[in-house]
Write a protein that binds this ligand. Structure first.
Ligand SMILES: [Zn+2]
Length: 403
């Protein structure tokens, strides 16, 4: 058996921790759950891949023609083939076959989604980012640890503003946000309550809305902008306030000793590259910055940051193996060489058990590819390679998030 296969077999014995998931609530997996739901609640939906899918043969043909070679489609297809024991490609002519298989499995009981998740991924814990209800655990605290999304505070300067999930802290929380001091007291109190209530991470996805170029802002500057009348506030005023919110969040994270997960790379793309965070990382040495998605396509940004800030920058491969296995292999291979082995984690970043299993298959492939090559060239012993596997798939996350 070659090292690649040996590593894959070893990984099947591990109960991984996923550091980031959007696993949907139970009611989505009820009666109407079908193949179309699986595809549309995945990275193969229109929003991400730009291809609509309706129920006509023509639409299905077009959909699979355009998507069949994409990495995110391939791993979902592999997962569906394994889960539903179908040894054929997923295309328009096999659509009904897969659809019937999905429908009949979910008809067998209300907990099928959780059973599938457990059977095929074996996760010991999943950190859930329920952006539809920040800090929620979908009613399953045994499997889901909570990430608390802080984006709604960035919209808090204005009653009319909303974050990209449609939230404003003023609507979500019954606290006082009307004057500058009470705003930040409220923010602190809310985050502290979440941490005391079991949140394992703070999550910031602000780069879907604005750049990560967070400047150091004095309290007096932020206060002045906050106190302006809404009609007199410019985009620059809002940025100053948000930069200050970001700084405050970093300090609260340090104070409460909770990691701050930050979306970098793909999405809005403009100014989402991780190196823009350097000033804020530099200014907050006690904050644990978990940088998501390899800052794809600017992976070099993270390679530089982990090398320079080995104790407070934590690279997370989350989502990356679904975006591109080639990119993940390149990134991980270098990452192992420039960072300490305590820091790398992985998360599936998906909505359904089918795609979550696909994401796990993808990261196993990436790990086996990188590590088998490093064993073959003599860079790693087999023993050290196995240790890296368990570090990345579970041990690092368990330690960093205190799971
Ligand atoms: Zn995500």
């Amino acid at each position: 058996m070659n090292y690649y296969n040996e590593l894959i077999e070893y990984m099947k014995t591990i109960r991984p921790v996923s550091t980031h998931s959007h696993f949907l609530t139970d009611e989505i997996f009820g009666g109407g759950y079908c193949l179309k739901t699986v595809l549309q609640q995945s990275y193969n939906q229109d929003l991400w891949c730009g291809v609509k899918l309706d129920d006509t043969l023509e639409s299905r043909k077009n959909y699979f023609n355009l998507l069949k070679n994409r990495n995110c489609f391939k791993w979902l297809e592999k997962a569906l083939q394994q889960i539903y024991h179908l040894d054929v490609p997923l295309r328009e002519d096999t659509y009904e076959l897969f659809d019937q298989a999905v429908r009949s499995l979910y008809r067998n009981g209300p907990k099928k989604h959780l059973e599938l998740l457990n059977k095929y991924t074996g996760y010991s814990r999943i950190i859930l980012d329920a952006y539809w209800n920040p800090g929620d655990d979908n009613g399953h605290p045994d499997i889901f640890a909570k990430a608390f999304r802080i984006d709604s505070f960035f919209a808090g300067i204005d009653t009319q503003m909303k974050d990209h999930d449609g939230n404003n802290c003023r609507n979500l929380y019954h606290e006082v946000f009307d004057d500058f001091d009470s705003f930040f007291e409220s923010m602190y109190r809310i985050i502290k309550q979440q941490v005391q209530g079991g949140a394992s991470a703070l999550k910031c996805a602000i780069s879907y809305e604005r750049g990560l170029n967070v400047e150091q802002v004095k309290e007096s500057e932020a206060r002045t902008r906050f106190q302006k009348l809404p009609q007199n506030r410019s985009a620059a005023d809002i940025k100053v306030f948000q930069d200050y919110v970001f700084q405050e969040a970093c300090q609260i994270a340090a104070q409460l000793d909770i990691p701050m997960q930050i979306h970098t790379g793909l999405g809005r793309l403009h100014r989402s590259n991780a190196i823009l965070l350097q000033p804020v990382i530099e200014a907050n040495p006690d904050t644990k910055f978990v940088l998501f998605h390899g800052s794809y396509p600017w992976m070099d940004d993270i390679l530089g940051l982990v090398e320079k800030y080995p104790n407070n920058v934590f690279p997370d491969l989350v989502w990356l193996p679904l975006i591109s296995c080639e990119a993940s292999v390149r990134f991980l291979s270098e990452l192992i060489e420039v960072t300490n082995s305590h820091s790398i984690c992985w998360g599936d970043d998906t909505w359904t058990p089918e795609e979550s299993f696909g994401a796990l298959l993808a990261v196993r492939h990436v790990l086996a590819t990188v590590l088998s090559e490093k064993i073959q060239t003599g860079y790693l012993s087999k023993r050290d390679a196995l240790e890296i596997v368990s570090n990345i798939l579970c041990d690092n996350a368990a330690r960093i998030y205190k799971l």
